[in-house]
Design a protein around this ligand. Structure first.
Ligand SMILES: [Zn+2]
Length: 361
């Protein structure tokens, strides 16, 4: 799956006639022949604009190099400068081919937001299993086993004394597990975590985690120790999706309220592009399907949603038409370190113009 540093590298690259290609390669749904047919169709649409060496490079990739294991492929090619990036993704991508002076990143940024990574911790009184998950795949995992606690009762121990010993041992194991989890999440750089276990263990375990980590718990689920990885992937994915949707809803509301009150919010494409160029955006929210034409200033890069004769920022008079100003907004956001939230469904965001921003100041 795509990493943040990959995106940052892609938006920092500029060239001449860079070809970007997105292709679904989900062989559980389509035959390889059908995928190749779609590929040729899309390459056909850009063959006036693109250089043949890039088209050939892409054909060669699908003919001889690609293992067809991913469900989607994203390629960027500018052979004239020796630039070539290929990503095989565990999720399908919307098909498309583009030629521009830089990589077309919008769909990839949306995927990266949707399939962000998270940690899952399965804990019980004896052991803890930890996973780093992204895009339905386990990127890293670890396990720590504590002291065995279901030992036979020692001679002469009363039932209550035995129970105290068991509970004490379990608490010690959970405490050690909490330390392991702190280390794991730190080394894997997981911002969000989901915790699974029995209800009693979950409550006790959460209390043992440091405060900063407690705040990063996206959810919990009840699960047995021997639960298989497929089940863990599915259930944690459901929780993450739910949490993401809730958070998006809150952000949309915050943005709209702030914009209405003249506070730290902006709505609509024109205002969002303006704030982005000013460098005032903290989070940009955008409907996944949104695209709109615009005009980009050749001297300062400002993108206007309207057809204006002069650049609002530098007064430059060379305003080039661009097919999709939203792509520019997403590109600028990634380039300037603004978080992009891709929203699949939201009536209020749609009514606010499909795009908006929460501002820094
Ligand atoms: Zn300008």
């Amino acid at each position: 799956m795509i990493k943040k540093q990959d995106l940052r590298e892609l938006v920092s690259y500029t060239g001449d006639k860079v070809v970007s290609l997105y292709l679904n390669t989900d062989l559980s749904r389509e035959s390889k022949e059908k995928c190749k047919l779609v590929l040729r169709e899309h390459l056909g649409k850009i063959d006036d604009e693109a250089l043949s060496q890039d088209l050939n490079r892409i054909e060669r990739f699908f003919g001889f190099e690609y293992d067809w294991q991913g469900r989607g492929v994203v390629l960027f090619s500018c052979q004239a400068q020796g630039f070539w990036r290929a990503y095989s993704l565990p999720v399908p991508v919307p098909d498309g081919a583009f030629v521009a002076d830089r990589p077309h990143v919008k769909p990839l940024v949306y995927l990266a937001d949707k399939f962000g990574s998270y940690g899952v911790v399965i804990v019980d009184r004896e052991c803890v299993r930890m996973f780093h998950i992204r895009g339905g795949r386990v990127l890293g995992e670890s396990e720590a086993i504590g002291e065995e606690i279901k030992r036979h009762k020692q001679g002469g121990w009363s039932q209550s004394r035995y129970q105290r010993w068991v509970d004490g041992q379990a608490a010690q194991n959970l405490k050690r597990a909490a330390e392991e989890v702190v280390q794991f999440l730190k080394s894997e750089d997981c911002q969000r975590v989901i915790i699974g276990g029995t209800e009693a263990n979950l409550a006790q375990f959460q209390d043992m985690l440091p405060k900063h980590l407690q705040e990063r718990i996206a959810g919990t689920f009840s699960v047995g120790r021997m639960t298989g990885i497929d089940d863990i992937l599915e259930r944690s994915w459901e929780i993450m999706q739910r949490v993401e949707r809730e958070e998006e809803g809150k952000l949309v509301e915050e943005m709209i309220t702030a914009a209405r009150k003249g506070g730290l919010g902006a709505t609509g494409l024109a205002d969002t592009l303006y704030r982005l160029h000013e460098g005032r955006v903290r989070i940009m929210l955008v409907m996944e399907g949104l695209s709109a034409p615009g005009h980009v200033c050749s001297s300062c890069g400002y993108v206007s949603a309207e057809d204006v004769p002069k650049c609002l920022f530098c007064g430059g008079e060379d305003m080039r038409p661009v097919e999709d100003a939203v792509e520019y907004a997403v590109y600028t956001a990634v380039k300037t370190g603004v978080k992009v939230e891709a929203v699949e469904e939201s009536q209020p965001l749609e009514e606010a113009g499909g795009i908006g921003a929460i501002l820094r100041y």
